[in-house]
Design a protein around this ligand. Structure first.
Ligand code: PGA
Length: 245
């Protein structure tokens, strides 16, 4: 964690504001930058802030390309639980991004191997990810890279752990509706991003923040690999920041 920048925000909303500052800096320098995006409850104030900033003409998405971290297998884009739907509702429908500049896995694709290969290829064709937003799961997952015996390098299909399915069950009608697998970018894909911004909010994230950034680097805690990335900014609210004490 020693070359990592840690910022303490007072509130979740402020964490979103500060994360938007980091993205604005990159977007200012490179109008057609490639930004990596995440889903979950953590980034919501960040997306609100980006929408607001484009409305206020502080930034523009008209040439920006976006790459999402992951998608559930078996959910169609219109399914309210799909990450595509989340992105449309919480960001894409409200900004000037072009449809062809959005990259998010198709949860219904049958040929997953080709999908994953094409996903990596598209990121490469776009010149790599300039800035990547991350949340962190209670088990240390980033994207849907779950604790494992090794770090998965590139985009792949992953079986979701019971812990993750349980954490996400709140969004589904019944626990059985939570998909059993997902497509996720790999740890290598994430580590190749030129800059990484992680947001962590809430006291329930304090413990995993401590394990990921103050403990050993291990695939059992996938986020711990970020200790080896040269340009990480971690934005915590006060409760998550308590993990450093
Ligand atoms: P959350 O999810 O933002 O809903 O806490 C984070 C994650 O699982 O990566």
């Amino acid at each position: 964690m020693f070359h990592m920048k840690v910022i303490k925000a007072k509130t979740h909303k402020e964490a979103g504001y500060l994360a938007a500052d980091e993205f604005e800096k990159v977007m200012e320098k490179k109008a057609d930058c490639v930004i990596g995006l995440a889903t979950g409850s953590t980034p919501l104030p960040f997306y609100d802030e980006l929408i607001q900033r484009e409305k206020n003409r502080a930034l523009s998405f008209s040439s920006v390309r976006t790459v999402n971290l992951d998608e559930y297998v078996g959910l169609e884009a219109e399914d309210p639980q799909s990450y595509r739907y989340y992105m449309q509702k919480n960001l894409f429908d409200h900004i000037s991004i072009k449809r062809e500049n959005i990259l998010i896995p198709n949860g219904l694709e049958k040929d997953k191997e080709t999908l994953c290969r094409k996903y990596e290829n598209q990121i490469e064709v776009w010149g790599g990810i300039d800035i990547q937003l991350l949340g962190i799961g209670h088990n240390g997952h980033i994207g849907f890279n779950e604790p494992d015996d090794f770090f998965a390098v590139s985009t792949h299909e992953v079986k979701l752990t019971e812990k993750t399915r349980k954490a996400n069950q709140r969004f589904f009608k019944s626990p059985n509706d939570v998909p059993k697998s997902a497509i996720t970018v790999g740890i290598g894909t994430i580590m190749s991003a030129k800059k990484i911004v992680m947001m962590a909010v809430g006291g329930d994230k304090a413990e995993i923040i401590k394990k990921a950034f103050c403990g050993p680097v291990t695939p059992k805690i996938p986020a711990s690999i970020l200790q080896f990335h040269p340009n990480v900014t971690l934005i915590c609210d006060e409760a998550a920041y308590m993990g450093f004490y």
